[in-house]
Design a protein around this ligand. Structure first.
Ligand SMILES: Nc1nc2c(c(=O)[nH]1)N[C@H]1C(S)=C(S)[C@@H](COP(=O)(O)O)O[C@H]1N2
Ligand SMILES: [Mo]
Length: 539
């Protein structure tokens, strides 16, 4: 091959050069992310840029958007957020690559800016462990910037004496020479090293969670001193389309802000109880809780973000310590007994804050520091090692998962996480009922159609459920046996369905005699109200 032929082979046309610069940006982005996640695996999983930026985004998302995301994507909302962040990162990486072709330093500096954003997000989260949380993003960005600088350098490479000079502000309109071998080698090394760093990060993160997993596997829950009474026969109607009376742990809805489920080691877990009017503050370990009398209760949990007819409600058998006893031992008096604190703020290891009325926690209901769910230690998703469960209050004002701190304070002096974002300070569960069968737009055959579902009014209890067909009279449904007034109740009504399109509507009345309001409200600020309707066409 002659000298001139070699030069032709190394000549790179403009579209190809742009494409390769974009590829450089993508590789730099991958390297940055992989290194950041590897460092996060060593420092703290929650400090990784994806989790940190995602968490910061969740914290800052307007309530209406968050509500929409929960409604639209359900439990996939976090996956959608992650993909969204990755898409933004990818676009930015590609753009940085192309920009670096003209302004090599500026392109690399752009990658650093992203690192600073990630670092700021990580250190600004409520559960941040300090400046160390900036490390993953900063290390990742530094590596990404170097990779981009080197790769783009190969693309705009000038052999000495090529006559174009060596200025770095390269005129992109001319076709230049490039160091093909150097580029391919550097790109290959980057790709392989990124995969390696990514795998390392995964392995490190897995190793960090292993202690927690082992501690959960080692838990033997003692038999409860006060067992739940047996679920009455007939509490579950066994009607197709209506779920079981007890919700399995794997089927239980999950709502929280955690992008990475906290893996807490029960052997090192501590709970501190302190604050206004706490005469004897304490710090408790997991075994301290297990040594106390455990009570076991069936309690239906509901999310305030549940729309009329929605799925964010579940019923489980919880095992735990009676919170009222613990508070009494700490010398806490409720406001009705002259205590100075009217709000109990629970804090989780991931920085969530959840405030409940002290009065409600000690009024005789079974407010629990729960350690067990349906006979097993709490699943990680549902708050292992310890969470709160309070009958009659929505989860966001009562059910703190991965709890580590309880502070007695006042509603006047402190607003917890969701209250800062527009939700009500106090939120008792609203009486609600749901039609589970037939499904919306079902096409049942004319004849007897079983209409059935659930109704709940925790801590008041369900008294009656009525169903209306179109604008007809309210007909009383048959109620399944009541487990307790803290649990939901199934109901059914055989309907003599005539051909045509019909609207079925349900409403419940609680044991205080109040009938569920038909007035439709949104979930914000204190839970949706209104009647659930289903339209079906009988054939
Ligand atoms: N640490 C923590 N606890 C939390 C939350 C959260 O985001 N973080 N969400 C609360 C909300 S809004 C609800 S409805 C319940 C849901 O509990 P589950 O996921 O076990 O069903 O947990 C509550 N406890
Ligand atoms: Mo919730």
């Amino acid at each position: 091959m002659s000298e001139s032929e070699k030069n032709t082979a190394r000549e790179l046309r403009r579209p190809a050069r742009t494409a390769l610069s974009a590829l450089s940006g993508a590789l730099a982005g991958c390297a940055a992310l992989a290194v950041a996640e590897a460092v996060a695996g060593a420092v703290r999983v929650q400090a990784g840029p994806l989790v940190a930026v995602g968490g910061a985004a969740i914290d800052r998302t307007p309530t209406a958007v968050k509500d929409w995301a929960i409604r639209t994507f359900g439990s996939d909302d976090k996956l959608v957020l992650r993909l969204g962040i990755l898409a933004v990162l990818a676009l930015f990486a590609l753009a940085s690559g192309v920009a670096a072709l003209r302004f090599r330093r500026a392109g690399a500096a752009g990658v650093l800016v992203f690192g600073v954003v990630g670092a700021a997000a990580a250190t600004g989260r409520p559960d941040s462990a300090g400046v160390g949380d900036a490390l993953p993003s900063l290390c990742g960005a530094a590596v990404g910037a170097v990779v981009l600088y080197v790769l783009v350098g190969r693309l705009t490479h000038r052999s000495p004496g090529s006559g174009f000079g060596t200025g770095q502000a390269n005129d992109a309109s001319t076709e230049g020479n490039w160091d093909r071998r150097g580029f391919v080698v550097a790109a290959g090394i980057t790709a392989v090293a990124s995969v390696g760093a990514g795998l390392l990060g995964r392995a490190l993160a897995g190793a960090r969670g292993r202690g927690a997993v082992a501690s959960r596997a080692a838990v033997r829950l003692p038999a409860p001193g006060s067992p739940a009474r047996a679920v009455p026969r007939g509490a579950g109607l066994r009607i197709a389309g209506v779920g079981p009376f007890m919700t399995r742990n794997s089927d239980f809805y999950r709502v929280d802000t955690a992008l990475v489920v906290p893996k807490v080691d029960a052997t090192t877990w501590r709970l501190r109880i302190h604050g206004k009017g706490v005469r004897r503050p304490v710090v408790l370990g997991y075994d301290d809780l297990l040594r106390r009398e455990l009570i076991e209760r069936d309690i239906t949990l509901t999310c305030v973000s549940n729309e009329v007819g929605g799925p964010y409600v579940g019923n489980a058998r919880w095992t735990g310590v009676r919170l009222a006893d613990l508070l009494a031992e700490c010398g806490v008096r409720p406001p009705s007994a002259g205590g100075p604190a009217d709000q109990l703020v629970a804090r989780s290891v991931d920085g969530m804050t959840i405030g409940s009325p002290v009065e409600d926690l000690v009024d005789g209901r079974d407010a629990l520091l729960a350690v067990g769910m349906n006979g097993e230690p709490l699943p990680f998703d549902h708050g292992f090692p310890v969470r709160m469960v309070v009958p009659g209050l929505y989860g966001y004002v009562s059910a703190c998962k991965w709890i580590e701190d309880i502070e007695l304070t006042t509603f006047a002096s402190y607003d917890p996480y969701w209250v800062k974002r527009g939700w009500a300070r106090r939120a008792p569960v609203k009486t609600q009922s749901r039609i589970d069968t037939p499904k919306p737009f079902a096409r049942p055959a004319a004849g007897t159609v079983m209409v059935a579902g659930v109704a709940w009014a925790q801590h008041r209890g369900i008294d009656t459920v009525e169903v209306r067909v179109d604008d007809g009279p309210w007909q009383q449904a048959r109620l399944a046996a009541e487990d307790s007034r803290d649990t939901w109740r199934q109901w059914s009504l055989p309907w003599a369905a005539a051909k045509g399109t019909h609207t079925l509507t349900v409403r419940a009345t609680d044991r205080t005699g109040r009938t569920q309001t038909g007035e439709r409200t949104r979930t914000v600020p204190d839970g949706a109200s209104g009647w659930h309707s289903v339209v079906v066409t009988v054939e």
